[in-house]
Unconditional design. Structure first.
Length: 248
């Protein structure tokens, strides 16, 4: 597996497939406490190979191939990794595919690079999810955070480690709750209604902030936060091909 060393000096597993005939590149961003090599990114890769699109995927610092450094990383590090890839690695137009936290980072990327990013697929996208976790924190977890600088959240989908530096840097990158989000490209948002990490109704709220007139929301009744069941994978393929066809 190829490694990429970022300006932040974190080095993680990385894959870059060049597009054919000047077609866009899909930039896949994985979720919090996940990695870039599961069923969803493999599905995205297969669609890219079929369509002739490029693909870039990588592990965020402290995730996957770099998991031992998790507590050294934070949201600003991950955001800067994405921006570095967009500016220094990918040439030409981009389609973002972001899972959970990757969906939040995808939205921040579209806002920062509106001329280069031509479409977005959000998979259980979780913009501003640090606010939800912060609101749910118990008194015991708060004490643990103050004492050790971290605490754990366990639900039916995942186990998350929340660090103080993540909270601080994530709050610094919140999308506004009372203003439009300047995202004007086509957007597809897939959301499982059995999601234990992101309340499914939140997709209806945050989609209303997106300024694009072309926003599709898909509620999957029996899917959870992972979105790796057969129905979710099928809808991922359909949404990505739809965005691909718009961008050709």
């Amino acid at each position: 597996m190829q490694k990429y060393t970022f300006n932040s000096h974190f080095a993680t597993d990385f894959e870059h497939i060049e597009p054919k005939n000047n077609l866009p590149t899909v930039l896949y961003l994985h979720g919090f406490c996940s990695n870039a090599w599961g069923r969803k990114p493999e599905t995205v890769k297969n669609v890219c190979l079929e369509q002739g699109f490029g693909l870039v995927r990588f592990d965020f610092a402290g995730h996957g191939s770099d998991v031992e450094n998790f507590e050294k990383a934070d949201f600003s590090v991950w955001k800067n990794q994405v921006f570095e890839i967009i500016e220094n690695v990918i040439s030409g137009n981009i389609i973002m595919v972001g899972s959970s936290m990757g969906g939040w980072l995808s939205m921040l990327s579209v806002i920062k690079y509106p001329d280069r990013i031509k479409g977005l697929v959000g998979l259980a996208a979780a913009p501003n999810f640090v606010k939800y976790f912060s609101d749910q924190i118990t008194s015991e977890q708060k004490q643990e955070l103050e004492h050790s600088g971290k605490f754990k959240i366990i639900n039916n989908d995942f186990e998350y480690t929340i660090t103080a530096r993540f909270i601080e840097t994530a709050f610094a990158s919140l999308l506004p709750s009372n203003q439009p989000w300047n995202i004007n490209c086509p957007v597809h948002l897939l959301q499982g209604m059995r999601d234990a990490s992101v309340p499914w109704r939140s997709v209806l709220e945050y989609s209303s902030h997106i300024t694009s007139p072309n926003v599709v929301v898909k509620l999957l009744k029996d899917s959870n936060h992972r979105l790796n069941d057969e129905t979710a994978i099928s809808e991922l393929k359909t949404s990505l091909v739809n965005i691909v066809n718009i961008c050709k």
